[in-house]
Write a protein of this length. Structure first.
Length: 386
């Protein structure tokens, strides 16, 4: 990596050039990159998406990263290398923000196939290949819950043993502004006529004092409105597990690999048919208490390292409604399966170098199309560590 002393690493997806690796699709076809990472589930609630708003996720994250010096874990902090200026490192790391309003719709709204799987249990896996140092893949929960962010010594040790760190995405200031623009209709459409007056009023009621100005909410796309409401309350300065891993990797000057591009994520969300967006948004509005209750069940399953149960909780989101299942199956394909395939493509060369710690939403690990199954098919020896 070409980087001047003291300069933040540039996070950008790698582009494998191996002849037997499928070439990247055009941007219009890259539906596989999507925010909805995480075991899916825990979204931040009532976040402002406007860049520059100090009460927004991004504004709070800037304050949190400036204030925090270490990442707290159950067996001690993930400390930076000795002699490093922690404050300066944290300031530099704040230039790269984790994708966050959390696009974890997959866990709240997406249905996945829960079936017997050799990878039903385990969050941290050691990847071995002859001739290179071992790597690790860790299934995260995009949550700021202290039970999630306090990591066990096993995970801390694996993280410390690696030279590089890979995660789904981080956003620059320009990316944040671009994303906010992408949440707004530009063709004259408005949310209220699409959603209906009653549901639109309920949406504004759910958002409460965190609702944006009327001209912004009126132009908000359904998928963006869903992101605004499908998230739990968190403390204003709280950061997610993924954020803390990223900040610690920056402090340690680890090589950084981003697995997704912002434009790919935007294309993925926009590619969801408008009728599916509206159906899923209505479902979230009508079943919000039930969806919130499932968040706690998901956290408990994650703490038990039970990937199969996480998948079953996701499957239950359809509530037995065949019409809704159709929309959720489409959403799952776009934001889970396709994204897993893209992230595997971006990891092809870094994994062959070894010594990389990969952190992705736990939902991406499970199932026949999950990343663990794909890694096994590529010839890696996988061993469950935690």
């Amino acid at each position: 990596m070409n980087m001047k002393l003291g300069q933040s690493p540039v996070i950008s997806p790698l582009a494998p050039s191996e002849p037997n690796i499928p070439q990247s699709r055009t941007r219009g076809e890259q539906i596989s990159a999507l925010f909805i990472g995480e075991a899916g589930l825990v979204l931040r609630r009532r976040e402002s998406l406007e860049p520059g708003d100090p009460s927004s996720y991004y504004g709070r994250r800037r304050l949190a990263q400036a204030a925090a010096a270490n990442t707290t874990v159950a067996h001690g902090p993930l400390t930076p290398p000795m002699g490093r200026d922690v404050t300066a490192s944290r300031s530099r790391s704040s230039r790269r923000r984790a994708l966050a309003p959390g696009f974890l719709l997959a866990g709240v709204l997406a249905a996945t196939v829960a079936c017997a799987d050799p990878f039903d249990h385990g969050l941290l896996w050691r990847l071995e290949r002859p001739g290179v140092p071992p790597s690790y893949i860790f299934g995260t929960l995009h949550s700021a819950d202290p039970r999630v962010t306090r990591l066990p010594a096993t995970v801390v040790g694996a993280f410390a043993s690696c030279r590089s760190f890979a995660m789904e995405i981080h956003l620059s200031d320009a990316d944040e502004a671009r994303f906010f623009e992408a949440t707004q209709f530009e063709d004259g459409q408005r949310l209220e006529p699409l959603l209906g007056a009653n549901d639109y009023a309920r949406l504004r009621e759910i958002l409460g004092d965190q609702a944006p100005a009327e001209d912004i909410l009126a132009r908000t796309k359904p998928w963006a409105a869903l992101l605004r409401i499908a998230s739990p309350r968190v403390a204003s300065a709280a950061t997610t597990l993924d954020d803390e891993l990223f900040a610690t990797a920056m402090l340690r000057r680890m090589g950084m690999v981003g697995l997704e591009l912002p434009d790919e994520q935007i294309v993925a969300l926009d590619s969801i048919p408008i009728d599916s967006q509206i159906a899923l948004l209505r479902h979230a509005i009508e079943h919000r208490p039930l969806l919130e209750a499932r968040l706690e069940s998901t956290i408990r399953a994650w703490l038990d390292r039970d990937l199969a149960t996480i998948a079953r909780i996701n499957l239950a989101s359809a509530d037995g409604d065949p019409a809704l299942e159709r929309h959720q199956v489409l959403l799952t394909r776009r934001i889970v399966d396709d994204r897993s395939a893209l992230m595997m493509y971006r990891l092809f060369l870094p994994l062959r170098a070894g010594g990389i710690f990969v952190a992705v939403g736990a939902l991406h690990l499970h199932g026949a199309k999950g990343m663990l199954a794909q890694l096994k098919a590529q010839g890696y020896k996988l061993r469950r560590v935690y």
